[in-house]
Write a protein that binds this ligand. Structure first.
Ligand code: UDP
Ligand code: MG
Length: 309
């Protein structure tokens, strides 16, 4: 039953005080299996890399890939998937917000046939009301816009079968929103529930604007409906404008002595049309930008150093 290889991928960015506590909790779980732990250092500038090197010096199953600079969490995960050899591949955050103790349950569900096992948050501690609210709004929005159902309350803590990993590795596009890419093919999916703790040490790397950009990236990669919405907005405002003209003309005929008053109405109309135009150009621009990035086809990340791998 346990004759398979388990890969655990840990993306790390300035997590010097979390590596050792994470390893101490992760190791007793994974050592029951054949395992490899792949730390992907996303250009840390603190002692993260040294701490990992100390651990991997003693154990060749602890591996390290280190980037030249910060390429983003999604790219770090992607590098991990490309390097992992496991039959089952788990991605887990370094800050102990994802409890390693539920890995056994995830493996159990995988052995019973699931190709994807998500760890789903039942409760979240130490997250602001604002983060929870915006996250829930985001999942409602993306599921409304996208044709791929994307599970909510699910982060990047998941187990993937090697078939899913090789599907991910075969994709030509830049993986800006792995959660969507994982959900897209509709592989058999299972859930394991957990309580998400506070960060063990340090601060989140996802401030408001980074979250917003991540959310927009997710929406743009999984839906072209914003373009359609832009068309509808244009149509709506043009219809409103047309009704306004008809109204004024009829008024002029019926009450010739009345005259058009009020520059405020004019001002509002200009703002309204201007706003819609800018928004529409912005939406188109987002997609053009995405196409531009794809055709530039630059490497997703650059590896400075590999250890045990
Ligand atoms: N991370 C990364 N690159 C980044 C930002 C974050 O590899 O540019 C890693 C980070 O070290 C952690 C995981 O991604 O292991 C999740 O990040 P964080 O805890 O800051 O996000 P949150 O849990 O607040 O969403
Ligand atoms: Mg975290």
């Amino acid at each position: 039953m346990n004759n398979f290889l388990l890969s655990v991928i840990v993306p790390v960015y300035n997590e010097e005080n979390n590596i050792k506590p994470l390893f101490d909790r992760l190791f007793p779980i994974v050592k029951k299996y054949s395992y490899e732990i792949i730390f992907v250092d996303d250009g840390s500038t603190d002692k993260t890399v040294n701490t990992i090197k100390k651990i991997s010096g003693k154990n060749s199953q602890i591996k390290l890939i280190s980037f030249y600079r910060n390429f983003s969490h999604q790219m770090a995960l992607s590098a991990g998937y490309e390097a992992a050899c496991g039959d089952a591949v788990i991605t887990i955050d370094a800050d102990l917000q994802d409890p390693p103790e539920i890995i056994d349950k995830m493996i159990n569900k995988w052995q019973r046939g699931a190709k994807i096992v998500y760890a789903k948050r039942q409760e979240r501690q130490g997250e602001s009301f604002f983060k929870l609210g915006t996250a829930s709004l985001f999942y409602k929005l993306i599921n409304f816009l996208s044709d791929t159902p994307i599970p909510s309350e699910v982060g990047d803590f998941r187990l993937l079968d090697k078939t899913v990993v090789s599907y991910l590795n075969s994709l030509k596009e830049r993986p800006s929103f792995l959660r969507g890419l994982v959900a897209w093919p509709g592989f058999p999916t299972e859930y394991v529930y957990f309580k998400r703790d506070k960060r063990f040490s340090g601060e989140t790397h996802y401030g408001f604007f980074k979250m917003l950009n991540f959310a927009l990236d997710g929406i743009m990669s999984f839906s072209t409906k914003p373009l359609r919405l832009a068309t509808y907005f244009g149509f709506m405002s043009a219809s409103l404008g047309f009704l306004g003209i008809v109204y004024e003309v009829i008024k002029k005929i019926l009450y010739p002595e009345s005259f058009v008053t009020g520059w405020i109405g004019l001002f509002i109309a200009v703002l309204f049309i201007g706003g819609i135009q800018l928004m529409t150009i912005g939406i188109i621009g987002e997609y053009v930008g995405k196409i531009y990035k794809e055709i530039q086809n630059r490497p997703k990340y650059l590896i400075k150093e590999r250890i045990n791998i």
